[in-house]
Write a protein that binds this ligand. Structure first.
Ligand code: NAI
Ligand code: MG
Length: 365
């Protein structure tokens, strides 16, 4: 049997620092759990621009398409801010998303008990929270035509178009229902069917997919503005939320902050299934390259480590091993391990990126 393949694109800033801890954990799985990966490292973002003059080399793109999963650190930094738009580090990430056709973006919002005090909400509202937002990632108002700034009479008009085809809604709905089957079986779909035709179609198609192929799923619909209110009022009423690109962008950031630090938040972006049944997949922390702390050993590696846990679960069907890793993270937090982002100024001395990696490896042992 050949090992599954992982392409690691550590990127810029703290990307390589947090990914260094993930690499140690991947090695641990190979040695201790008989779960070996063929790992290849390559460049993305500013690091790729420095070497190749482009934020994603064609060879790297080809490797990403061939890999069973891609793990990405973060891209960007002040050094690249003045580059032409076409070669900006972010373009590397956008090209990956586009060519891998990663239409389903999974953003968990999970509150670890040890960090419940970190939430901006009361502890009992967020303690034990574990929800998943599925955001459509490749269509909607960020891509719809016509778009642009046009002259109209004696003034300018800015135009973007919310546009969804039935098949685009169908496939992201399926992805949410599949996910819900591994969880509580509950899905809430959010749009604005009261004021937008694209929302009416969205609601209709999601319901039809449920009725035709997922009768076991408990599906509800909610207007996205009410959804935003409910997320901060009583977030534990939800399990899986599925929504479009624009609402998903906002709702997932909002849900994420219920749980504390950016340094804790993983994500997965899934595309169409390959012939072997595995979806094309990219896993990455939600945070960026954090230039303000890069190179100082301060970064929290947990977001990147939990992204690898998502890879174990969604690309490699190793849900038990994913849970093992998540439990190890939960344990070190309960034991009081804190990087600087997880503590206030009065709370003592934080541990380093590597020390957090050490603690998680020790908990795995
Ligand atoms: P950022 O996420 O890099 O940082 C925001 C704040 O959170 C900073 O104070 C940072 O120190 C802190 N932070 C982020 N991750 C952390 C971690 N793991 N541990 C501890 N603290 C952490 O966002 P910002 O500052 O807006 O952007 C910085 C650069 O990153 C820009 O070039 C931006 O374009 C890029 N970026 C890249 C993303 C990606 O690769 N997916 C996403 C967001 C931003
Ligand atoms: Mg956002």
């Amino acid at each position: 049997m050949t090992n599954p393949t992982l392409l690691i694109l550590a990127g810029d800033g703290i990307g390589p620092e947090v990914m260094g801890q993930v690499t140690r954990i991947i090695d641990w799985y190979g040695k201790n759990r008989d779960l070996a990966f063929d790992v290849e490292h390559d460049l993305v973002g500013g690091a790729a621009y420095d070497k190749h003059g482009t934020p994603l080399h064609d060879d790297t793109m080809a490797k990403a398409l061939a890999a069973d999963a891609v793990l990405l650190g973060a891209v960007g930094g002040p050094k690249y801010d003045d580059l032409d738009f076409s070669v900006k580090p972010e373009r590397g990430l956008l090209r990956l998303r586009k060519e891998m056709d990663l239409f389903s973006n999974l953003r968990p919002a999970q509150c670890f008990d040890a960090l419940a005090d970190f939430s901006s909400l009361k502890k009992d509202i967020v303690a034990g929270l574990d929800i998943m937002i599925v955001r459509e990632l490749t269509s909607g108002v960020y891509f719809g035509e016509p778009r642009g700034i046009f002259e109209e009479g004696n003034e300018r008009v800015g135009i973007n178009t919310q546009r969804y085809t039935e098949s685009e809604i169908d496939r992201v709905a399926r992805s949410a229902f599949e996910l819900a089957r591994r969880r509580s079986g509950k899905v809430c779909s959010m749009e604005k069917a009261n004021v937008m035709e694209s929302g009416i179609l969205w609601r209709e198609v999601v319901q039809k997919v449920r009725d035709t192929d997922y009768p076991d799923i408990e599906l509800t619909h909610m207007y996205a503005d009410n959804g935003a209110m409910q997320l901060v009022r009583a977030p534990k009423q939800f399990d899986v939320i599925v929504t479009d690109n624009l609402f998903g962008d906002i709702l997932s950031d909002c849900a994420a902050m219920l749980t504390g630090s950016l340094g804790m938040l993983p994500s997965a972006s899934l595309g169409a299934p390959n012939p072997d049944g595995r979806p094309k997949a990219l896993y990455e922390p939600v945070h960026g390259s954090a230039p303000d702390i890069a190179g100082q050993g301060k970064a929290n590696p947990i977001a990147c480590i939990l992204s690898f846990a998502m890879a174990l679960r969604y690309s490699f069907d190793q849900g038990d091993e994913a849970t093992r890793l998540e439990n190890a993270v939960e344990k070190v937090l309960a034991d009081g391990a804190r990087t600087a982002d997880l503590m206030g100024p009065e709370d003592g001395t934080p541990i380093s990126t590597t020390e957090m990696g050490d603690a998680i490896l020790a908990a795995l042992d």
